[in-house]
Design a protein around this ligand. Sequence first.
Ligand code: ZN
Ligand code: ZN
Length: 363
Amino acid sequence: MQKVKAAVCHEFSAPLVIEDIVLRAPERGEIEVTLDAVAICHSDISFAQGAWGGSLPAVYGHEAAGRVSALGSGITGLNLGDSVVVTLIRACGTCCSCAGGKPTLCDTPYDGDAGPITTADGGRLHQAMATGGFAEKVVVDQNQVVRIDPDVPKDAASLIACGVITGVGAVVNAAGLRAGQDVVVIGAGGVGLNAIQGARIAGARRIVAVDMSEDKLETAKDFGATHGVLGTTDKPWRAAFEALGGRGADAVIVTVGAIPAYDQAPRYLASGGKVVMVGMPHSGAKSSYEPVVLAAVGQGMIGSKMGDVVIQRDIPWMVDLYLQGRLKLDELISGRWSLDQINEAIADTKAGAARRNVIVFDT
Ligand SMILES: [Zn+2]
Ligand SMILES: [Zn+2]
């Protein structure tokens, strides 16, 4: 048992409160990680606003990197001091989904209310997304982490844990993009830029970014977009079709949670293409499409959770891409903040200008 500083959500839509919480020691199969960096993801903000419900009080934060500082029993392959990326993908390894190669869809439920954290006076405290990363330290299952080269800066490494695997994985794993195919990415925010660079890495022929902001379209080009289309124009898919030689895209990656984006997404498709749904609207929001069109030209719509990644396979690959200069991470960071400044960092992210704001710890 030890006290650590954390940002706690006591009430949806209210500022997070910086306070001491109690973190228990790692048990069998778990490790404790002292965090160096945790990024702020839109999912953290959606949870803190109550968009998806969930228990309170809670500690959010799930895009983290740090060093192993304690080991539970039965840990193999990790040592004290190892640099790691910490993800929210808590996969049991033995259920139908895990055994079938889809650990992001693990069927074994995890009860964050019974996790390793409690309030300072011993009350229930929800470890959100199996991580609770807005804290100086976390205790997580060993299968949620991947050891990385200690030379990779932790602020850059933290981004891999969610935004990068989600965006790159949506293209490479979920869409199964082959070299030479065409891609449309709707939304050029944190996940969208990663889908764009994932398409570049996968060898896409043409990559069309669609966004409501001219500035974001410019940034998208730095990450590999070959064309930009303003989403505010009338029937924006027409401009995309023009950029794609009139055929439409083999894959359309929706990285925003806006329903109009979902309604329009199939319009960008080529025959046989598929929409990959990554952005997460509020619970209850609905989109509509014409089944006859999808059936007639063999199109598909699929959801992708966390880029369908297998972290032990994909994160070492992404780290190497970064070290080789082929995956941009530093360029995704728009600001660095202390844990005490987390509410300002969240406000900056909500204001929309930010790519990724990262909380850095000076431990
Ligand atoms: Zn996230
Ligand atoms: Zn499982």
